[in-house]
Design a protein around this ligand. Structure first.
Ligand code: SF4
Length: 689
C-alpha cells in the first residue's frame, strides 16, 4: 500500500471550466486522474466544487485528442512533423502578408488558455506579424459589460471579490443563471441569503433556481432591461433616495444624465417591460433600504443589440445609489470561461495592450516598441465579427485560431462556415478536431492545462497558478511553446524557458500586473489585479477613486435600442443558456462518462400553456426555424418558462444541431457582440413522442 501511495501525485490546479476559478489538488497515478480534492485554503471555493470541476476531466485522456500536426491535402488531412507544419505556416503567412499586407491576417485567441499564452499570441500578432487584428471570445459574451464599465467607472472587471458578494445586503441578478453557469458562486449567494437573511432580486425571462429563492423575481419582456433599470433610477431620484454626498464628490455628468431619464416614467416602464409599477417601486425600495447592493449580470443582458447601453444603465444605477467602492457593493459582470477575463487582461483585443492600455496611446506604444524591439501598428485591428465581414469583403485572407470553436459558438454559423471556407489559409490549434477544424489547412495539436504550467484570471480578477501534472499527450505541445517555435520560424529569437518568464515580461510592461510573479502566486496563493510593485493587490476597486484622471466616475445618458424583429411568422421568442453538467461546445464535458450519463442531450423548455396549445409533451421532437436556419430538438414541458417564450440549452454534442444554426448576424452596436438572446422562431411538432 505504501508503494502504491508513493506513485500517487497530488498537484495544484485550477478548474478549466467556468469563470468562478475553483482550485483544487488533482490526484494522478501515471496518466490516470484519480480524484479532485478541493482544499480549505482554495481561495474561491474552499472545499466545494461543482460537478464539472469534479468529474469533467476525462477529456484530457480522450482518444479523440489530436496528437500530431495535420496538413490538408484536398479533402483529407495527413499527419506531419512539427517542422513540416511550422515551416508551411511560416511560409504561407509570410506570402499572404507580403501580398495583401499584415492586416489581411486575423488572430483569434483562447479564453480557455493561460494568460501567458494569450500574452504571447498578441505579441506574435503585433510584433511579429504587424497587426492589431487580434481578439478573443469575450466578443461573444461580456464585451458589452466591459465597455459599459469602462465608460462609467474606468475598469471593465468585477468591482469586488466573490467573498464580497456574500457581504452584500442586497444581491441583484439580471439575465444570469449562476446556479448552473457559476455554481460555486451561486452556493455562496444561497448561503448568505439563507443564513444571514441577505436579500435577493432576480430579473430574468426564466424562473431559474435562484429566481425561485429570490425575495423578488421580476420577469421583463425580452430586451427591455435598460427601460426598467432607468425607470427605477429615475424613481429613486424623485424620492430623494440618491446618495447625494457620493454624487457630489465622486461622480461627473449628473445633469445631462437627469435629462436623459425624462421619458423613463413608471407608466412607460410598465407598458414597455410588463413589470408592474408596484414591482418597480418594491425593487427601488429594496435598493434604498439596503446599506450595500451589488448587481451581477451575464449573457441575458450582454447578448443584445443594446447591450453596452444596458450594462451602462446598471452602472448608472449603482453610481446614483453610491454602491461602489465599499464591501458588498459594485458591478459584477460574471465571466463565462475560466480565463476569458485573463485573455482580455493580457491583451488579445484589437484596441488594447495588456492591462487595458490603448494601442493608440503613443507613449504606451513606445514602451512596447522599446521592449519588443520593433515598430508596432498604430490603428485598432478588426474584432472577430469584423474579421468574418472582412473575409466577405475580400480584405481578410487568413486566420490563425487557437482553443476556440468559432464554427460552433459564433452566431449564425451557416454564415461563419461559408466565411471559413473562403479563407486562403486557415490554422487551427486545439485539443480536438473541432467543428472549426474541418475548415483548416493546418491543425496543430495543443496541450490542456494539466499538461503545462500557467496562470488564469477568474471573474473577480484573481490570478491563480496551475501546475503541470502530465506530459503532453503524443506530439501535442503547450500553446505558448507553439507560438514561440512559430515566431522563431519567422525570424524571431524568442527563448522563454518557462511561462513564468512570460509573466515577468507582462508584469514589467503592464501597470496592472506590476507586482505579479510566480513566486507570489506559489501554491494556492493568488493576487487580485491591479497589483502594485510591492505585491499589494486590490480585492475592492474604487475605494479611493474611479479609474479616470480626475478620479471621478461618469454618468452616461442613454437611449433604449429596440430588439431585432424577425417578422410575424416567427411567433415565439427563443432564449438560450448553459446547463450545469455541460460546457459550451460540449467537446470537453461530453467526453466525461459521468456527466454524459447524467445529461446525454440538450433540450428545449416549453411552457405548459404553449405545450397544451401545440400538443407537445415531454419528449416530443420539434423543429425550430428562424430566418437563418433550423434545429431539431426534444422538448420538455416546464413552468420555468411562460407563454410564448422558449428556452434551449446551448451545450450540444458534436453530432447534434446547435442553437447557432438559428441565431442572426445582428449585434451590439458598440462592441459587435452578437444578439444571441434576441431570437424569434417558429416551431413545428415532428412527432408526438
Ligand atoms: Fe469549475 Fe466553475 Fe464548477 Fe468551480 S463552479 S468547479 S470553476 S465549473
Amino acid at each position: 500500500a505504501a508503494m502504491r501511495k508513493a506513485r500517487i501525485k497530488r498537484t495544484k490546479t485550477v478548474c478549466t471550466y467556468c469563470g468562478v476559478g475553483c482550485s483544487f489538488e488533482v490526484w494522478t497515478k501515471d496518466r490516470q486522474i484519480l480524484k479532485i480534492e478541493p482544499q480549505e485554503h482554495s481561495p474561491v471555493n474552499g472545499i466545494s466544487t461543482c460537478v464539472k470541476g469534479k468529474w469533467g476531466w476525462d477529456y484530457v485522456n480522450s482518444e479523440e485528442r489530436l496528437t500530431k500536426p495535420l496538413i490538408r491535402q484536398g479533402d483529407e488531412f495527413i499527419e506531419a512533423t512539427w517542422e513540416e507544419a511550422l515551416t508551411l505556416i511560416a511560409s504561407k503567412l509570410t506570402d499572404i502578408k507580403e501580398q495583401h499586407g499584415p492586416d489581411s491576417i486575423g488572430y483569434i485567441a483562447s479564453s480557455k488558455c493561460s494568460n501567458e499564452e494569450n500574452y504571447l499570441f498578441q505579441k506574435f500578432a503585433r510584433a511579429i506579424m504587424g497587426t492589431n487584428n487580434v481578439d478573443n471570445c469575450s466578443r461573444y459574451c461580456q464585451s458589452p459589460a466591459t465597455a459599459g464599465l469602462l465608460r462609467t467607472v474606468g475598469i471593465g472587471g468585477d468591482s469586488g471579490s466573490i467573498k464580497d458578494i456574500e457581504k452584500s445586503e442586497l444581491v441583484i441578478i439580471i439575465g444570469a443563471n449562476p446556479a448552473e453557469s457559476h455554481p460555486v458562486l451561486a452556493t455562496r449567494i444561497k448561503r448568505a441569503h439563507k443564513l444571514h437573511g441577505h436579500k435577493l432580486i432576480v430579473a430574468d425571462l426564466r424562473e431559474n433556481e435562484l429566481a425561485e429563492r429570490a425575495n423578488l423575481f421580476i420577469h421583463p419582456k425580452p430586451s427591455t432591461d435598460l427601460i426598467w433599470l432607468s425607470a427605477v433610477t429615475k424613481y429613486m431620484l424623485e424620492q430623494g433616495w440618491e446618495d447625494k454626498q457620493f454624487l457630489k464628490n465622486r461622480v461627473n455628468g449628473l445633469e445631462s444624465y437627469l435629462h436623459s431619464l425624462d421619458k423613463f416614467t413608471l407608466d412607460y416602464a410598465e407598458e414597455m417591460t410588463g413589470i408592474t409599477k408596484e414591482e418597480l417601486i418594491k425593487l427601488a425600495t429594496m435598493i434604498h433600504e439596503a446599506k450595500s447592493a451589488c448587481i451581477l449580470w451575464a449573457m441575458g443582458v450582454t447578448q443584445h443589440k443594446g447591450a453596452t447601453d444596458t450594462s451602462t444603465a446598471i452602472s448608472n444605477l449603482l453610481l446614483i445609489t453610491g454602491n461602489y467602492g465599499r464591501p458588498g457593493t459594485g458591478a459584477y459582470p460574471l465571466r463565462g470561461h475560466n480565463n476569458v477575463q485573463g485573455a482580455c487582461d493580457f491583451g488579445t483585443m484589437p484596441s488594447w495592450f495588456p492591462g487595458y492600455e490603448p494601442i493608440q496611446d503613443e507613449q504606451v506604444r513606445k514602451r512596447y516598441e522599446k521592449a519588443w524591439g520593433v515598430s508596432l501598428p498604430k490603428d485598432p485591428g478588426m474584432d472577430n465579427h469584423q474579421m468574418l465581414e472582412g473575409v466577405k469583403k475580400g480584405k481578410l485572407k487568413s486566420l490563425y485560431l487557437f482553443g476556440e470553436d468559432m464554427a460552433f459558438v459564433d452566431s449564425n454559423v451557416n454564415f461563419v462556415d461559408t466565411m471559413l471556407e473562403d479563407l486562403e489559409f486557415f490554422v487551427v490549434q486545439d485539443l480536438f478536431f473541432s467543428k472549426t477544424a474541418q475548415f483548416a489547412d493546418v491543425i496543430l495539436p495543443a496541450a490542456p492545462s494539466l499538461e503545462k504550467d500557467g496562470t488564469f484570471v477568474n471573474t473577480e480578477r484573481r490570478i491563480q497558478r496551475f501546475y503541470q501534472v502530465l506530459e503532453p499527450l503524443g506530439d501535442s505541445k503547450p500553446d505558448w511553446l507553439i507560438f514561440q517555435e512559430l515566431a522563431n520560424h519567422l525570424g524571431a529569437n524568442w527563448s522563454y524557458q518557462h511561462p513564468s518568464e512570460i509573466m515577468d515580461e507582462a508584469a514589467s510592461l503592464a501597470g496592472y500586473f506590476a507586482g505579479v510573479s510566480y513566486e507570489r502566486l506559489e501554491g494556492f496563493n493568488s493576487q487580485i489585479w491591479p497589483v502594485a510593485k510591492d505585491g499589494t493587490d486590490t480585492p475592492i476597486l474604487f475605494e479611493e477613486g474611479f479609474a479616470f484622471e480626475d478620479g471621478k466616475a461618469r454618468l452616461i445618458p442613454l437611449e433604449w435600442t429596440p430588439p431585432f424583429e424577425a417578422g410575424d411568422e416567427y411567433d415565439l421568442h427563443l432564449n438560450n443558456g448553459r446547463l450545469l453538467e455541460h460546457f459550451h461546445e460540449g467537446n470537453m464535458t461530453y467526453k466525461s462518462e459521468g456527466l454524459t450519463h447524467k445529461v446525454p442531450h440538450p433540450w428545449l423548455e416549453v411552457s405548459p400553456e404553449l405545450a397544451r396549445e401545440r400538443g407537445i409533451e415531454d419528449g416530443s421532437l420539434v423543429r425550430l426555424t428562424s430566418p437563418y436556419g433550423h434545429v431539431k430538438v426534444r422538448a420538455i414541458v416546464t413552468e420555468r418558462v411562460t407563454g410564448n417564450e422558449l428556452y434551449l440549452t446551448m451545450n450540444t454534442r458534436e453530432d447534434e444541431e446547435a442553437v447557432n444554426r438559428l441565431t442572426s448576424s445582428y449585434h451590439d452596436t458598440v462592441t459587435h457582440t452578437p444578439n444571441y438572446k434576441e431570437m424569434s422562431v417558429k416551431m413545428e411538432v415532428l412527432e408526438e413522442k
